[in-house]
Design a protein. Structure first.
Length: 365
């Protein structure tokens, strides 16, 4: 979900907006301004209804951010790094760089989001009771926000992965059976079932009630859930495969030290079969690393320091570490290489491109 922009950082978490969010924000605003509020409070002017729609839609997505922040803070408290939260077409998503290590952590993290939504539903219901009769415009807005947060909590608690309820189901199955793999497969299965049921319900609403908006949206949500469950299963399968592979499978052992004052052409001439190089400090530049397959087709006259990456606080791994752990470290640090040591002895390097190439070759077989 790269397309979008950052709009702030809170609790050390980057908040982002995907461009698809503007569509759903506008759709909800129009729905509220033209359908919901004119029927709830009569006699207001058109600009008032539009203002109510815009403010309520905005507060709804603030609620979504609170929901995802609940997940994120609970995740971080249980040792799960969170890099960002993104608003997009179907709500919000927290980007967690690794899965929970225990069933208890899974359940706590998954429950936090719906818990926040339920608290917000209670808060907005209280606001509704306070403003009802005195400021009915605010009361109407608060009532809709109370209802939608309750719906968000209920929907997310459906027992199908990757929804929060599916994660709770996986955590409970994992806890009582001790089988993480089986727990994931069960949760994903019910996620796909829930998705297909929602698609069927959407079609029924369109045919039986002639409510195209509700029916189509329900079917689209069902499609999104079923598709997310399938993708989650593929990702889980890949993760399990990576756990069975080690750093030694992608290790570049031959990484000679070279000076940074030579050109790319000269480097290729000296080391025609070379791919990995350690660039020693030259002209005030710190020690760096160069992996030729990563730089593509560049002019031979260019100095190699133009492409070398600084080895500032590099990741250090051992040959027996599994590739999933390595990939998680690269994701969390933003580095695409790691130094491989056997004890204190340097034995080589490993690069993200090599890891990706191994995964692609495995997928092709």
């Amino acid at each position: 979900m790269e397309s979008g922009f950052n709009f702030g950082k809170f609790f050390g978490i980057q908040f982002r907006v995907h461009y698809s969010w503007f569509f759903i924000f506008g759709l909800i605003t129009v729905f509220l301004a033209l359908e919901v509020f004119p029927g709830a409070i009569r006699g207001q002017s058109t600009p008032v209804y539009w203002l109510m729609g815009i403010v309520t839609s905005f507060l709804f997505f603030v609620s979504v951010l609170f929901h995802e922040t609940g997940h994120s803070l609970a995740g971080r408290a249980n040792g799960i790094p969170v890099s960002s939260i993104t608003l997009f077409l179907f709500g919000g998503a927290a980007s967690m760089t690794r899965e929970p290590a225990t069933a208890a952590a899974e359940i706590k993290m998954a429950s936090a989001g719906p818990g926040v939504s339920l608290l917000l539903a209670g808060f907005f219901w209280l606001a509704y009771t306070v403003f009802l009769g005195s400021t009915n415009t605010v009361a109407a807005m608060a009532l809709w926000l109370a209802q939608i947060n309750l719906i968000v909590a209920a929907f997310n608690l459906l027992p199908g992965f990757p929804l929060d309820g599916g994660r709770v189901l996986r955590g409970l199955w994992w806890h009582f059976s001790g089988d993480y793999v089986r727990a994931t497969l069960v949760a994903v299965f019910w996620g796909r079932v829930a998705g297909f049921l929602m698609i069927g319900a959407g079609i029924y609403v369109v045919i039986q009630n002639r409510d195209w908006l509700a029916g189509v949206w329900l079917a689209v949500l069902g499609w999104y859930l079923e598709n997310s469950a399938r993708l989650s299963l593929k990702q889980f399968t890949l993760q399990q495969w990576m756990k069975g592979k080690t750093v030694a499978d992608v290790l570049e052992r031959d990484c000679p030290a070279v000076g940074g004052d030579i050109s790319l052409g000269e480097l290729k001439s000296r080391y025609p079969a070379g791919k990995c190089f350690r660039v020693v400090a030259t002209l005030g530049k710190p020690e760096a690393v160069l992996y030729l397959p990563s730089i593509g087709d560049k002019p031979d006259a260019t100095s190699i320091v133009e492409f070398a990456q600084s080895m500032d606080r590099p990741i250090e791994v051992s040959p027996g570490d599994n590739l999933l752990t390595l990939a998680q470290q690269m994701n969390e640090t933003g580095k695409d290489y790691a130094i491989v040591k056997d004890g204190d002895a340097f034995i080589g390097m490993v690069f993200l491109d090599s890891l990706i190439d191994l995964v692609n070759r495995s997928a092709a077989t």
